[in-house]
Ligand binder design. Structure first.
Ligand code: SAM
Length: 259
């Protein structure tokens, strides 16, 4: 995702289941200097300061350049934070990520603002493609139970509900940024086995233990249920090995699109 490279949408169907003294010296010296100066020239000092303040105040005008500079600094800091959080999500376990974001909703907002800014530049929107696939197979999924795992801001659920597709739609993520999003590590969904018709992972196979997410999807899916995965191709050291592992779990690859 970070590298703005290709991504792939796959649909699988389930067949089976400082030193103090050093620091203080200049500080002391400078305190001392200011104190002396104030004492000897108290009157002048004060009036000079007031005069300067007035001059400064008179000069002060709305400074649009300064505020746009500040905006630029803020967005550059946010972009840096986004990259760090993204890297963190990919390089630590899902449990560590869940613990990290527990009291850090703001970080997740920064993450999603960054994510949105990045994906806006993409020519294809994976979430849109998944939603269209479901729409094209409306009859099959009209009464389906669909889970969006690692849903972010829960957009897929919103899109599907707008199209009146799906009977039960549930969205899960590490942080709830929308009222309908449930907080959960997707390696462990509080739901019965074989109770779901479709599981979607849209750019959410993050975390060093992401294969556990797929295993969890396998547990949740009914026979003939659908597993839909959209990922950047660089996510996998070997895409064909990933596909073999999925097949070994009992899934049949029904469609694979590289965009
Ligand atoms: C790149 S965003 C994609 C969000 C959404 N699927 C979309 O396509 O707009 C990945 C999301 O997966 C979530 N995520 C990653 N690992 C997770 C886990 N173990 N459990 C729940 N959510 C997870 C992240 O919190 C993040 O919101």
């Amino acid at each position: 995702m970070q590298r703005n490279d290709n991504y792939q949408v796959q649909q699988h169907q389930a067949n089976t289941h400082q030193q103090k003294s050093q620091q203080q010296q200049p500080h002391h010296k400078s305190d001392h200097y200011i104190n002396n100066y104030s004492k000897l020239n108290g009157q002048n000092y004060d009036s000079n300061v007031r005069k300067n303040e007035k001059t400064n105040l008179a000069k002060r005008k709305p400074d649009h350049k300064k505020s746009s500079d500040l905006d630029a600094i803020k967005s550059s800091l946010d972009a840096g934070r986004f990259r760090l959080l993204n890297e963190m999500l990919y390089t630590q376990s899902s449990k560590e990520s869940l613990d990290y974001f527990k009291d850090r909703e703001v970080d997740m907002k920064v993450y999603h603002d960054g994510f949105r800014r990045q994906t806006e530049r993409w020519t294809h929107q994976p979430l849109q493609i998944i939603s269209e696939f479901i729409k094209e197979n409306e009859n099959r999924f009209k009464n389906a139970t669909i889970l969006d795992l690692g849903c972010g801001e829960g957009q897929l659920e919103v899109m599907l509900k707008r199209k009146r597709i799906g009977k039960v739609i549930e969205s899960y993520d590490l942080v709830s940024l929308a009222p309908h999003v449930k907080v959960c590590d997707v390696k462990n969904i509080p739901r019965e086995s074989e109770s779901v018709d479709m599981v979607v992972f849209c750019l959410s196979l993050m975390g060093t233990n992401y294969m556990e997410f797929v295993q969890e999807a396998n547990r949740l899916l009914k026979k003939d249920g659908y597993l839909v995965i959209a990922e950047v191709t660089s996510r996998f050291t070997s895409l064909s090995l990933f596909q073999i592992l999925i097949r070994q779990m009992g899934f049949k690859l029904i469609e694979s699109v590289i965009l």
